[in-house]
Ligand binder design. Structure first.
Ligand code: C2O
Ligand code: CU
Ligand code: CU
Length: 415
């Protein structure tokens, strides 16, 4: 059981400057919730913000009433107590407020947090797993500060982007690592910015996980891309003892926006822990997605004017009805000028192809958010195995939060 209080506070991002912020049980962001697959969790979410809000469990497979989307409004002063079984693989998920048109500003001010889910299969693997020691979460959020130290939220419909980087709510973080192998679980928790992440010395590292679980095997990469809402788990080898910086290059939210480089984490190895074990060669069992299982293809056109299939969000309209117990292909075509990270509630899906070609090897895991670039057609395979509700919908939407707040979202029910 967790008691979560959505509250106002001030946060000293800069010494001696108290920035007004929102947080969960604290002044900015919230606690990392630790859950085990198979557990039933109950959360008491109390809203002390002085404004309405919601809290959504991003990436979680759960009944629609527990989803925490725009239909589970927590009025100021009220407590919302969802209960659900954790039906996830071991991975990192997150929670955030989800009430258009204030999702963007509420998350920007701090209403988000992480969820670590553990399961038996991943728990047995020889991977760094000491939270905060050799298993480090990194929440990336670009922000702009006003001269008086307050957070500046422009509300720009194209997406709000900042010029400084907060990592877990801190500026310029630094880590002394006693471990030769460091596991980083990275969330792009930004409202709109896309990142390409790599190390200052261009060293290779291993991606071991995507949004919803571990990859079948580690993939060597020199950089990874993360759009808003996406997560990755990586292992970096520090056995050479050299300091190194994890960096993000950002081209904004696509072709428009300024290119910018952010230092994410300075790492100073201080090696004493002998972690010589090689990475397990096999991490998870993931059958290749089989499109023949699908009963059909559902098209989604991500269009100009922040529309999906020509429509903007209407909370009184159900856009799609899915049959319980079926598998479908969802085909997203982007006819607009900017990329959109398309996110689906309730399910983890698999990417079948991008413009007919198989996805990159590090995109072949469980995903709940997938980038659809301009001109691209991305097909994903989703299974709706349980939980039906003819009235209460789940959301699908662009995870650029300003696009979402403008209406780039639709509703589906599982019946
Ligand atoms: Cu991360 Cu609909 O949300
Ligand atoms: Cu979500
Ligand atoms: Cu978008």
């Amino acid at each position: 059981m967790y008691d979560l209080n959505l509250q106002k506070g001030t946060t000293p991002f800069y010494d001696g400057v108290n920035t007004p912020t929102l947080g969960i049980n604290g002044s900015y962001l919230g606690p990392t919730l630790k859950m085990r697959a198979g557990d039933t969790v109950r959360l008491n979410v109390t809203n002390k913000l002085g404004q309405n809000s919601t809290l959504h469990w991003h990436g979680f497979h759960l009944p629609a009433y527990a989803d925490g989307g725009p239909h589970q409004i927590i009025k100021d002063g009220a407590t919302w107590s969802p209960q659900f079984e954790v039906k996830q693989r071991g991975s990192m998920f997150w929670y955030h407020s989800h009430l258009p048109p204030v999702t963007g500003p509420q998350v920007y001010q701090g209403l988000a947090g992480l969820i670590y889910v553990d399961d038996e299969e991943t728990g047995r693997l020889d991977l760094p797993n000491e939270y905060g020691v050799d298993d480090i979460p990194l929440v990336l959020q670009d922000r702009t500060f006003d001269d008086d130290g307050s957070l500046f939220y422009s509300g720009m419909m194209m997406g709000v982007m900042g010029n400084v980087m907060l990592v877990n709510g801190s500026l310029n973080p630094y880590l002394e690592s006693k471990s030769q192998k460091l596991r980083l679980r990275i969330l792009n928790g930004s409202n709109a910015r896309f990142y390409s992440l790599g190390f200052s010395d261009a060293r290779l590292f291993s991606q071991i996980g995507t949004d919803g679980g571990l990859l079948e095997r580690p993939i060597d990469v020199s950089h990874i891309s993360l759009a808003p809402g996406e997560r990755a788990q990586v292992i970096v080898d520090l056995s050479d003892g050299r300091p190194v910086v994890l960096r993000a290059v950002s081209s904004g939210s696509g072709p428009v926006g300024s290119e910018q480089v952010f230092d994410i984490l300075r790492i100073q190895p201080d090696l004493e822990r002998a972690r010589v074990a090689a990475l397990p060669s096999r991490l998870a069992t993931l059958d290749p997605p089989d499109p023949a299982q699908a009963i059909g293809t559902r098209p989604f056109v991500l269009g100009m004017g922040m529309t999906i299939n020509g429509k903007r969000m209407d909370r009184n309209r159900i856009d799609e009805t899915v049959r319980l117990g079926t598998t479908e292909i969802w085909e997203m075509s982007n006819t607009s000028m900017v990329p959109h990270p398309f996110h689906v509630h309730d399910v983890q899906f698999r990417i079948l192809d991008r413009n007919g070609s198989p996805p990159a090897r590090n995109e072949r895991g469980l995903k709940d958010t997938v980038v659809v670039n301009p001109g691209e057609r991305v097909r994903v395979l989703l299974s709706f195995t349980d939980y039906s509700d003819p009235y209460l919908p789940y959301m699908y939407h662009c995870h650029n939060l300003e696009h979402e707040d403008t209406g780039m979202m639709g509703q589906f029910v599982v019946t």
